[in-house]
Design a protein around this ligand. Structure first.
Ligand SMILES: *Cc1c(COP(=O)(O)O)cnc(C)c1O
Length: 294
């Protein structure tokens, strides 16, 4: 397991690597305030709000309600609040308008806001985030060289596909042909693959034949984003009991369960398997009482 959950900032996770890239890009572009987007469970919003606070940069979090129209408080949303981010609620249907009006408002105050996803429709900044996991891929190569091991498979939780696109671009740049398998936590395979292909194109700036390189598995969704089943719960308990490793029901627990199922279903044996723990530790604590039946 590659322990990105132990990256030493704000409970770690893949969003630490990605947020660092956004801050570097913000500086490069001469911007002076951060605008993030994500719901109350978002690990990315937590890290961005914390990093903004640490750097003394104003932070705005545009926060959509759930599909049902409701909002839940989570450990992540409480940390965002504690970091004094300006939380702007909106509905999924009016994100672009909210981003536009928020940018205008802050420009009116003489600031130069940076929106992490690019334009108001959330496009144009894919390259910046993808770079984070190209670099993580290179760390894996270095680990392999130092330890005389080659991983045949890399598994991880795949959501927006940024992490997976980065790993795939890394392997394309180095001419490797190991399998990188994203266990979907939300999207179906068709949509997941489309977005990852777009992100790879944005990064590589050339058309790649990605039909054989993108493995985005939607078989272990357990009903959709945030949903989980008894086997996922059992996996989480077992991993904590036997290895002292916290996994959550939305991302890493679902993906780790999916990984073990995938290996069984494909009769994969005698191979070196790397699982990337992508973080989300506050989500583990959100479910702790339910998982331990306290
Ligand atoms: C965001 C997130 C993911 C998914 O990463 P993407 O780059 O969006 O695919 C996986 N695990 C955790 C804990 C996350 O917060």
């Amino acid at each position: 397991m590659k322990h990105d959950e132990l990256l030493p900032f704000s409970f770690g996770g893949n969003k630490v690597r990605i947020a660092q890239k956004y801050f570097e890009d913000m500086n490069k572009k001469g911007c002076d305030c951060m605008i993030a987007y994500g719901n109350s469970r978002s690990n990315l919003c937590r890290v961005i709000a914390n990093m903004s606070k640490a750097k003394g940069i104003p932070c705005i979090v545009i926060s959509p309600a759930d599909e049902s129209g409701s909002r839940v408080e989570t450990s992540n949303s409480m940390i965002v609040k504690a970091m004094d981010a300006n939380i702007i609620p909106c509905n999924k249907a009016d994100v672009a308008a909210t981003v536009a009006s928020t940018m205008d408002e802050y420009r009116g105050q003489g600031l130069n806001p940076y929106y992490i996803y690019g334009d108001i429709y959330g496009k144009g900044n894919e390259r910046v985030a993808v770079q984070a996991y190209v670099e993580a891929y290179e760390e894996i190569l270095q680990y392999e060289a130092e330890n005389g091991i080659i991983f045949d498979y890399i598994f991880h939780a795949s959501g927006t596909g940024i992490t997976q696109a980065g790993l795939i671009c890394g392997s394309l740049l180095h001419g490797d042909n190991r399998q990188i398998i994203g266990i979907s936590v939300a999207r179906d395979t068709e949509r997941g693959c489309d977005v990852i292909a777009d992100n790879i194109l944005a990064y590589m700036e050339r058309q790649e034949d990605t039909t054989k390189t993108i493995h985005f598995e939607d078989k272990y969704l357990a009903g959709g984003y945030g949903k989980y089943n008894d086997q996922i719960e059992d996996t989480i308990k077992r991993m904590l009991n036997e290895d002292g490793i916290p996994l959550d029901t939305t991302y890493t627990g679902k993906a780790f369960w999916g990984t073990t199922e995938y290996l069984k279903e494909h009769s994969i044996e005698g191979k070196n398997i790397l699982f990337i723990h992508t973080g989300g530790l506050p989500l583990f604590f959100d479910k702790l009482a339910a998982l331990t039946k306290l």
